[in-house]
Design a protein around this ligand. Structure first.
Ligand code: ZN
Length: 434
């Protein structure tokens, strides 16, 4: 992997949904010699093994097996992004139009989804001779669009119009003749008959191509930068890092962060804890030894941060504000929306120093709530010293977001150093050895 903005845009374009992102991450891992493990089978591991395991096809954890398992070094990101999801019975066919019935997935900026070419991707569950099979699907063409109402009928559209997702956000798929066509098109795309499709999870995505722009090409834009940028750069850092003899480097990507993480494949699940425990068991460690290894671990929860908005600096804290191309962001919150504390902030500052990567500090204005992420949720299941980090971006949860080109390499370098650094925990203390 070559961690630069162009390569990232290629990855994002091939990752219209969390299912596609995880499939692509698995492909990159396999190219690097990692082999799949199944949660449904017993695990046998030996030193030097490079493995990965997926859950639901939309969450993934990869790791390298050390000689001695004394602690874990974990980076975590998420693969899902805010979008509109097709309802089970999606077709709304009238005499002149076929619209699709959708609902919100996560906290998207609704207006950004209007008047632009959109497509449909996700997974379908098909019936064949052997039972049921999951197949990824991507129509991969400009298939639908959500039209604005003309300003002549909606004079307040520039004065704070409230979009109703059940009314304003239904995409147009075809004219009256397109009745029944969507199921057929999806079936044709995966090469089965429409009757063979028994279930699906299908989402809209923005078809606007990614772009690198600005006076010195210092910015790039595409859909789903939150949080594919961290998912991809963390993998680059993980793959580039050298193996240590006494701790297990772990790379994890969860689903459903945008809707609260409470699913079997979200950060609020047993997935990470199961993988760490099973790795320890496969090593012949006792329950106590596994707990000690987890307690000695260190985690970086990587999810993007809010760069100072050029037109609205008043929305940001006076001192703790961050900029695109300013390096890795360490996120702070007194009410623990972010896990970072003095210890983990100091440690990650040291990591950035070692990687010769700039780092910057973010906190919300005290009168603005801000957003949450997956670090503290994961910590409620697998508790260890954790830092919340990310890269500064604009327009978070727009269908087309913007970030800094230099930051792509910064995160990969910082996490490479993070995975390689010797850190020893002793009770409540922590010592960095090098
Ligand atoms: Zn995020």
């Amino acid at each position: 992997m070559n961690p630069n903005a162009r390569e990232f845009l290629n990855f994002a374009a091939q990752s219209p949904t969390a299912f596609h992102a995880v499939a692509k991450l698995a492909e990159l891992l396999e190219e690097a010699g990692y082999t799949p493990l199944s949660e449904a089978e017993a695990w046998q591991l030996k030193a030097g093994d490079k493995r990965y395991v997926t859950r639901n096809g939309s969450a993934l954890i990869a790791f390298r097996v050390p000689e001695k398992l004394e602690s874990f070094r974990i980076a975590a990101a998420h693969a899902d992004s805010p979008t509109l999801k097709l309802k089970e019975l999606a077709e709304d066919a009238g005499q002149h139009y076929v619209r699709l019935n959708v609902e919100k997935y996560g906290g998207l900026i609704l207006s950004t989804w209007l008047d632009r070419p959109l497509s449909i991707a996700g997974r379908v569950i098909i019936r064949d001779l052997n039972g049921l099979r999951v197949k990824l699907v991507d129509l991969n063409r400009d298939a639908v669009l959500i039209p604005n109402v003309p300003i002549h009928f909606n004079r307040q559209v520039n004065d704070g119009y409230k979009f109703n997702p059940q009314v304003d956000m239904l995409p147009l798929y075809g004219d009256g003749a397109a009745k029944g066509r969507l199921n057929q098109e999806i079936a044709e795309t995966v090469g089965v008959s429409a009757q063979q499709i028994l279930g699906s999870d299908l989402f809209l995505y923005d078809r606007t191509p990614g772009s690198i722009w600005g006076a010195e090409n210092e910015f790039f834009s595409c859909g789903r930068i939150d949080d594919l940028e961290c998912a991809w750069t963390a993998l680059a850092g993980f793959l580039a890092s050298e193996s240590a003899p006494d701790f297990m480097p772990v790379y994890s990507v969860f689903d459903n962060e945008e809707v609260g993480s409470t699913s079997k494949q979200g950060a609020d699940s047993t997935f990470l804890g199961d993988v760490l425990t099973r790795s320890g068991e496969a090593f012949g460690l006792s329950t106590g030894e596994i707990r000690a290894a987890i307690a000695s671990g260190f985690m970086a929860s990587a999810d993007n941060a809010h760069a100072l908005h050029p037109n609205h600096p008043e929305l940001y804290d006076a001192q703790n504000r961050v900029y695109m191309n300013g390096g890795v962001v360490i996120k702070h919150s007194a009410n623990q929306k972010y896990t970072t504390d003095g210890v983990s902030s100091a440690l990650f500052t040291k990591v950035c120093d070692a990687a010769q990567v700039p780092c910057q500090h973010f906190a919300n204005r005290s009168d603005i709530l801000g957003g949450g992420t997956l670090g503290n949720i994961s910590n409620s299941h697998v508790s260890m010293n954790t830092v919340d980090i990310g890269l500064a971006q604009l327009a978070m949860h727009s269908s087309y977001e913007t970030a800094g080109t230099k930051d792509v390499g910064y995160m990969a370098e910082a996490l490479k150093a993070f995975y390689g650094m010797k850190i020893r925990m002793t009770g409540d203390g922590m010592f960095i050895l090098d």
